[in-house]
Design a protein around this ligand. Structure first.
Ligand SMILES: Nc1nc2c(ncn2[C@@H]2O[C@H](COP(=O)(O)OP(=O)(O)OP(=O)(O)O)[C@@H](O)[C@H]2O)c(=O)[nH]1
Length: 545
């Protein structure tokens, strides 16, 4: 859990304050203030995975949203206010309980954790609990997890430790439990581990069982017979702690009051924004601010929002940035015309701030997913060939500017043709994915990891000289060679070779890739399963045994 109790407490206090303001002055404006704060609070709970409390927040939010109405709807009837008060109290109580059980200062819990910006030659360890009667059947998958930096601890359904620990992920093996008792056991764990992700394993695949598991509190379920790679992928995805960049919204609006309200709503929801009041400067703002979405007023003195959108769409790099119009216009025919001419959505003023937030976020999520599919490889999720090269050039420009080293490694899986020939293409794909996961787990956030070709990867490590790059890659090489790739009832191992070249010894991206490739060729010639650094008289081959 990355939620600090202090932050949670502060957010809860400001929510309760807005509710008290409404009770003291039950106007539409005060209710909007309460609903916006509540919405942002619920998003905070979801983002921080404060699962146990999220249910109470969601319950209150659902009711508040149905009561929005207009200025005539307020004050709300006394009975409705009482119902809301009860839900506010329930939420406050859930938060107090959560803080009481998770109240250890976050810094203390993090002490000794991996430093995100240091060169990672010590694998990041994350903890997962496996709760089940028969771990033997899962042992292979669980032992694989250790190579990806995930430490698994076994717990018996009937002998769980009494102290509530801060465990981010619990794997609940339903197999072997009585059909009528396991939902209750899941429910109990949901209560105890409010902020953890719960994954149900071996859940019967019928509708009723899956529904029971999800309702009892599982966040994800894998029906009986689900392949190990799929479960492994989900666990690694949940363990991937890469934080997302803030969403960025460009507001093009000539009314300063409307701009203030929009920016305040966005800020409340953790969305970054930049505003301009003259649409003629929109292209400059797009280039400098690089927004994920534009909120565009329909009617401005110098040009209309539709005209501005059409100009934006003439630039290929801005073709897919979502544009949401804001207008007092309720004429459906006009709205449709506006959408045809380059807009994505229409919000009618006065807009509901909670709805604005939901639209902005869902459009940005789709836009980012689209961009990911354009720049990332679909098999591994890593950067594709073109994006790897582009990212390398940017990292190299920065290394030159700040005069710091940068190492480039080319990595190629050994005898991969044999893997495909022996085990088949899908298993070959799984080996490629395993290496991608391992690289993602072991390298830093600012390292560049790309799938350069079929079974070839490019890695660029900023602030890292050849010697350090060798250590990092050689450790990954050793661990990769230990991974058992499942095949039928058996398993096999695979290895990779890597060549490394470093800046400033080579100054240009092309030269670095060429030299790293040359070093990779030497690694293959010298027997594979080794790392060779260009210009250094050493390699990392360890004789078996
Ligand atoms: N499964 C799978 N195979 C791929 C993919 N892309 C390329 N390949 C295969 O990867 C193999 C690469 O083989 P080679 O370049 O001959 O080299 P190698 O067998 O890895 O041998 P060395 O590199 O010399 O150790 C070819 O058989 C390709 O068909 C992919 O996306 N999935």
């Amino acid at each position: 859990m990355s939620c600090s109790p202090v932050e949670l407490n502060q957010k809860c206090s400001s929510l309760v304050a807005t509710w008290r303001h409404y009770r003291g002055n039950p106007t539409f404006e005060e209710f909007v203030e309460f609903a916006v704060t509540l919405n942002s609070f619920c998003e905070f709970l979801i983002a921080k995975s404060v699962a146990g409390v999220t249910h109470a927040g969601h319950d209150l939010e659902q009711l508040a949203l149905t009561l929005f109405g207009t200025s005539e709807s307020h004050p709300l009837p006394e009975a409705t206010i009482e119902t809301l008060q009860i839900k506010v109290d329930t939420l406050q109580q859930a938060i107090a309980e959560f803080i009481a059980t998770h109240g250890k200062p976050q810094e203390e819990r993090r002490a000794g954790g991996a430093n995100a910006t240091a060169v990672v030659d010590i694998p990041k360890q994350r903890e997962v609990w496996f709760v089940g009667h028969a771990p033997a059947t899962w042992r292979e998958m669980l032992s694989q997890l250790s190579y990806f930096g995930v430490r698994v601890e076994f717990q018996h359904w009937d002998a769980m430790p009494p102290v509530i620990a801060d465990v981010p992920l619990l794997l609940l093996n339903i197999a072997g439990l009585e059909a009528d008792s396991w939902p209750e056991r899941v429910r109990e764990l949901r209560k105890r581990f409010g902020s953890s992700d719960l994954i149900g394993l071996s859940v019967p695949s019928d509708f009723d069982s899956l529904q029971a598991a999800l309702t009892a509190g599982c966040d994800h379920c894998f029906p009986e017979g689900t392949g190990m790679p799929i479960i492994l992928a989900k666990i690694l995805e949940l363990n991937d702690n890469q934080e997302q960049e803030d969403y960025r919204v460009l507001v093009v609006e000539d009314s300063h009051t409307a701009t203030r309200l929009i920016q305040r709503t966005l800020e409340e929801n953790g969305v970054d924004s930049h505003a301009i009041d003259d649409p003629r400067f929109v292209l400059d703002a797009m280039k400098s601010y690089n927004p994920d979405l534009i909120l565009m007023d329909m009617y401005m003195p110098t040009c209309t929002g539709v005209e501005a959108a059409r100009v934006i769409r003439q630039h290929p790099q801005f073709l897919s940035v979502p544009i949401v119009y804001l207008s007092g216009e309720t004429d459906v025919a006009l709205q449709i015309d506006a959408l045809r001419l380059g807009g994505d959505h229409f919000l009618t003023k006065p807009f509901n701030p909670v709805f604005l937030n939901a639209i902005v976020k869902s459009k940005i999520e789709r836009y980012r997913a689209l961009r990911r599919s354009m720049f990332h490889d679909s098999l591994t999720g890593l950067l594709n060939h073109t994006s790897s090269k582009r990212s390398l050039d940017a990292a190299l420009a920065n290394a030159t500017k700040v005069d710091s080293p940068l190492s480039v490694a080319m990595i190629d899986i050994d005898h991969f043709k044999r893997v495909n020939d022996h085990y088949g293409h899908p298993i070959g794909d799984q080996v490629i994915r395993s290496l991608a996961w391992l690289l993602k787990q072991r390298l830093r956030r600012n390292d560049i990891i790309g799938r350069y070709g079929g079974e070839e990867f490019l890695v660029a490590l900023p602030d890292t000289d050849g010697e350090t790059a060798f250590r990092v890659l050689d450790r990954i090489r050793r661990d990769f060679s230990q991974i058992k790739h499942p095949y039928a009832d058996n398993s096999f191992n695979s290895t990779f070779s890597s060549g490394v070249a470093s800046f400033p010894q080579w100054k240009y991206g092309e030269d670095l890739v060429k030299e790293a490739d040359e070093a990779l060729y030497h690694a293959k010639r010298r027997g594979r399963n080794r790392v060779v650094v260009a210009g250094m008289e050493r390699d990392g081959y360890l004789a078996p045994g």
